[in-house]
Design a protein around this ligand. Structure first.
Ligand code: ZN
Length: 93
């Protein structure tokens, strides 16, 4: 997960659009679907996004959050929390 997200080679529409594999770079809400949008842009998953924000703050992180910065951490609690967010929301990256 972390390498694909960090280097922007993933299964999100923003990347697939650049490869001409999908017709739009946007997610269902109309905003470009990149990693930060998936984790933190979430009108589509508002409750889970709010819970993620609170958990990251409890782990010592402060907004605004950036997925590349979070993935660079050696704190496995943060990485596990991000992975849980993807799993709970059925997001494949
Ligand atoms: Zn969206």
């Amino acid at each position: 997960m972390d390498c694909r997200l960090r280097f922007h080679h993933n299964h999100l529409n923003g990347h697939l659009y650049r490869l001409k594999m999908v017709e739009s770079p946007n997610c269902e809400c109309g905003v470009e679907e990149g990693a930060n949008h998936v984790f933190f842009g979430g009108e589509m998953r508002e409750a889970q996004t709010t819970e993620l924000h609170l958990d990251l703050m409890n782990l010592g992180q402060r907004p605004p959050f950036n997925i590349c910065g979070l993935l660079a951490t050696e704190d496995t609690r943060i990485l596990r929390r991000l992975y849980k967010f993807l799993k709970v929301n059925g997001i494949r990256v």
